[in-house]
Design a protein around this ligand. Structure first.
Ligand code: PLP
Length: 373
């Protein structure tokens, strides 16, 4: 191989992300045992470097430097990468400030307040449930199906859906316990009744394989700050044939277009978020969601197996395939003190949620188990 070719090949290999080198890319992992991606993903050095470059351009100019980051090409590239991640077309993706904004756009666009009912369940995100309860006060027939042992019993959902159902709304992967909904079955049920399916994918996109076509998802929204590894803005997917015909645009602004899912956009998008996502999505694609899942699977499986024996019953069903696993807590204050002392970060409320990502390894799991033992 000619020297120049060799140098180029070595440089490419050195910069090709692999799971083996992932930890080094996330310095946070060296400072404390961070097992809390379901709350927020740390930024990688590579992503932060791109964002710093953009911030420098905003501080120092000149204008041409700023324009390298604030342009349609970058936004198009980001949409294409997100579309590829969920098996959608770029024209089916709009930017949205957040997951919940996306869900509200869907509710308003479907005209749920004008009649019919919406079916959801209590493994959906708390903020979304608040949304549905507020809408119930304003007259929406809201049906919140209750889980059984932290699993959605499909028969209970079947009983709630009828010919007046306009939408079935789920968190594809529940933030409560990582439960992965049987979305294809839910979509078939909804469609058979003339209803549509909305999936909140903030705990799914980047964490588990998502294929909107195979899953039968009609609308989907997510922010990028969890499993998409950063950028405080989000995406709205609207199935192409439902745009405008079924889901009306209700809010308009400078970014509203006559065609495509950007018809649901309103204002200038977060360019900093876009720069961040451009790096983060390229990284996720280079690693591959299947391989990311394979990396975290043994970590959550070990926790699910060992923590119950230490007095922490697992509230994530057996065989569930997501990187989130949760446990009931007898005494949250005791668990909190132990984990704080050991510098282990998880989500602690009435229960404990552990959510490893690419930068975690089995030694992190050892530290968590040792802290709680
Ligand atoms: C399932 C789920 N949906 C929505 C949200 C909030 O998303 P956003 O801030 O993008 O509206 C969260 C945040 O934890 C979540 O876990």
């Amino acid at each position: 191989m000619a020297r120049r070719q060799f140098v180029a090949a070595s440089a490419a290999a050195a910069s090709t992300p692999t799971l083996a080198t992932a930890r080094a890319g996330f310095p946070w992992a060296a400072n404390e045992t961070y097992l809390n991606t379901a709350t927020e993903h740390p930024l990688s050095k590579r992503t932060a470097a791109a964002m710093k470059e953009y911030l420098d351009a905003l501080v120092n100019g000149p204008d041409a430097e700023r324009e390298k980051f604030e342009n349609g090409r970058l936004m198009t590239k980001v949409k294409e990468m997100f579309a590829a991640l969920i098996n959608a077309k770029p024209a089916e993706i709009g930017f949205t400030p957040s997951t919940q904004t996306g869900e509200n756009i869907v509710l308003e666009g479907l005209g749920v307040m004008t009649g019919g009912n919406v079916v959801t369940n209590d493994l959906h995100y708390g903020g979304s449930l608040l949304n549905y309860r507020e809408r119930r006060k304003q007259g929406l027939d809201t049906r919140i199906v209750e889980h059984k042992d932290h699993v959605m019993d499909f028969r209970d959902l079947e009983r709630a859906v009828d010919r007046k159902t306009k939408l079935v709304a789920i968190a594809l992967v529940s933030n409560v316990n990582g439960y992965v909904h049987e979305v294809r079955k839910i979509a078939d049920l909804a469609h058979a009744h003339g209803a549509y399916v909305y999936a909140d994918a903030i705990q799914a996109a980047g964490a588990v394989p998502v294929d909107v076509k195979a899953m039968g998802i009609d609308f989907l929204a997510c922010s990028a700050y969890k499993w998409l590894m950063g950028g405080r803005f989000g995406y709205l997917y609207v199935r192409e044939d439902l745009q405008e015909r079924v889901l009306k645009a209700k809010l308009f602004g400078g970014r509203t277009t006559p065609k495509g899912a950007s018809r649901y956009e309103i204002s200038t998008v977060s360019h900093l978020g876009c720069v961040c996502q451009s790096e983060a999505l390229a990284y996720i694609h280079a690693l591959g969601v299947d391989r990311i899942r394979a990396h975290t699977r043994p970590l959550v499986e070990r926790l699910a197996k060992e923590l119950p024996a230490l007095g922490y019953p697992c509230i994530t069903p057996k065989g569930n395939d997501s990187p989130i696993v949760s446990f009931a807590l007898k005494d949250p204050a005791v668990a909190k003190a132990k984990l704080k002392k050991a510098k282990v970060v998880v989500t602690l409320g009435g229960y404990m949620r552990v959510s490893p990502s690419v930068f975690n390894d089995m030694a992190d799991v050892d530290r968590l188990i040792a802290a709680l033992a």
